[in-house]
Design a protein. Structure first.
Length: 79
C-alpha cells in the first residue's frame, strides 16, 4: 500500500518496499532464466508479446490507469 490512509500522503516506506519486492522478483526471474539460456529471455518474450498485441495492451493499460485513479478518488470521498 503506497497511500497513507491516515494522513492522505504517499507512504514512502511502502514505495521502497514495493520497489525492493519488484527488483528482487525480477532478479530471481533473471537468474532462473540464465540457467537455461540468456538472462534477458523473459524480458525479450514480454516485449515481443506487447509489441505484437499493442492495441490490446494500450487499451488495458488505459483502462487500469483510469480504474485505479477513480478507485482512489472514490476512496477519498471525492466522487
Amino acid at each position: 500500500m503506497i497511500r497513507d490512509p491516515v494522513f492522505g500522503g504517499i507512504d514512502w516506506d511502502g514505495v521502497r518496499q514495493l520497489a525492493f519486492m519488484i527488483s528482487v522478483s525480477l532478479a530471481i526471474l533473471s537468474f532462473g532464466a540464465a540457467t537455461s539460456g540468456n538472462w534477458y529471455d523473459p524480458y525479450d518474450w514480454a516485449w515481443t508479446y506487447i509489441t505484437n498485441n499493442a492495441p490490446a495492451f494500450i487499451f488495458l493499460s488505459m483502462l487500469l490507469t483510469m480504474g485505479g485513479y477513480l478507485y482512489f478518488q472514490f476512496e477519498q470521498g471525492r466522487l
